[in-house]
Design a binder for this molecule. Structure first.
Ligand SMILES: *Cc1c(COP(=O)(O)O)cnc(C)c1O
Length: 393
């Protein structure tokens, strides 16, 4: 499979599944073997040199892991894909492959917490110039890129206020400067957004989130131009942040229902955002599907759906959030996102706990903000849950 004429929902099911699985199995076996044997030494030699397809050692490649890599490659419309033990494995391997001492990266202030730590704490110690711009200030980003840089790192929609940046516009600026464009597409999923079609060179996912979809496995993936993916793959082979067959199987299994889940989550999130927007006890709602969202028009251009993530602020302080959240019954109060079950938490205690109130304010994060990752439950039940929680305040 992997015929690009098929729609995404079809590819999610079939891509990577045309391996000749043993005994005609119709789902990929979990190949736990660490190593792969050869009777013919010439064949072994050719596979080792990459002249012939095959497997040598599971830190490098593995048949079960390959199924997952094929799915994401096809869904992102990429030439090549590789995988990692976690999303942060994908991000750190990609950044450290290309950002050697003396190089410059331009990115935004609102990247995922772990990514932001790499930019602020780690890359500078390797003498990499890191320029972080105000997230939606496209002029500032273009100016910084035009001064010359090696890599442009983007994320859209962002965590937790769902800011939107124009991938096509910034990819164009990056091309002119000769820089590689990397996009973290975790929040959107490949069903809603394909950065490569918009000009990006590489796209990253924390597969732990929507791709897996069930909060039971961790992984990361990278897809894009073959030579670039190959370079990161070679770095990962050696530093060892490889994905194992068991989580790869769970993620690939989760991906079979990706389109179904995302379509449901897109529709539910929009309904919930509209409901919250009209509620007197809610002071602000951040969802790119709302026409009042500052990034709505860009989102409409570059996304096919607005996603299952939203955030909202209660009309009050953090004390009110502490009262409200435990009242919700259909929500796990937990970190992470993109699961079948609804997850929620305040950025003040989760992703942005290490920042001061002042720093959160600079990022536009109210103290009473709640991030809400819509699951696949029936939306009527989720609305009722929110309604009774809000009514109790
Ligand atoms: C969770 C997340 C990551 C990190 O992924 P892990 O699998 O937890 O390492 C990176 N980017 C975004 C946008 C995320 O939500």
């Amino acid at each position: 499979m992997g015929n690009s004429n098929y729609k995404k929902g079809t590819e999610s099911v079939w891509a990577g599944e045309d391996e000749s699985f043993t005994e005609g199995a119709i789902t990929s076996p979990i190949v736990k073997s660490v190593t792969f044997s050869y009777k013919d030494l010439d064949e072994w030699h050719d596979v080792s040199l990459g002249k012939k397809d095959g497997y040598i050692y599971s830190r490098n490649t593995n048949p079960t892991v390959h199924v997952l890599e094929e799915k994401i490659r096809i869904l992102e419309g990429a030439e090549a894909a590789t995988s990692f033990a976690t999303g942060m494995g994908a991000i750190s391997n990609t950044l450290f492959t290309f950002l050697t001492p003396g190089k410059k990266v331009v990115s935004i202030k609102d990247t995922y917490g772990g990514t932001s730590k790499i930019f602020l704490d780690f890359l500078p110690t390797y003498n990499v110039d890191v320029e972080l711009c105000d997230t939606t200030n496209h002029e500032q980003l273009e100016m910084e890129i035009a001064k010359g840089c090696d890599l442009v790192y983007l994320e859209t929609p962002t965590n937790p206020t769902l800011k939107i940046i124009d991938i096509q516009r910034l990819s164009f600026a990056a091309k002119k400067a000769g820089a590689i464009v990397v996009v973290d597409n975790t929040f959107a999923s490949p069903i809603n957004q394909n950065p490569i079609k918009l000009g990006a060179d590489l796209v990253i996912h924390s597969a732990t989130k929507y791709l897996c979809g069930h909060s039971d496995a961790m992984g990361g993936v990278l897809a894009g131009k073959k030579d670039l993916v190959q370079k990161v793959f070679q770095f990962r082979e050696i530093n060892g942040a490889s994905l194992q067959a068991d989580p790869a199987y769970l993620i690939a299994r989760g991906m079979k229902t990706l389109e179904l889940r995302i379509e449901r989550q897109n529709a539910s999130a929009l309904k919930i955002a509209q409901y919250l927007k009209a509620h007197s006890k809610v002071s602000d709602v951040f969802y790119p599907g709302l026409e009042t969202h500052p990034g709505h028009s860009i989102a409409k251009e570059q996304m096919r759906g607005f996603g299952g993530m939203l955030s909202f602020a209660l009309d009050g302080g953090y004390e009110l959030v502490k009262k409200f959240l435990p009242k919700l019954k259909l929500v796990h109060l937990a970190a992470s996102l993109g699961s079948v079950g609804t997850l929620a938490g305040p950025p003040r205690t989760t992703s942005h706990v290490e920042l001061t109130e002042e720093q959160r304010k600079l990022l536009g994060i109210p103290e009473s903000l709640i991030r809400y990752s819509v699951g696949i439950e029936n939306v009527e039940d989720l609305l009722e849950d929110l309604e009774s929680g809000l009514a109790s305040l």
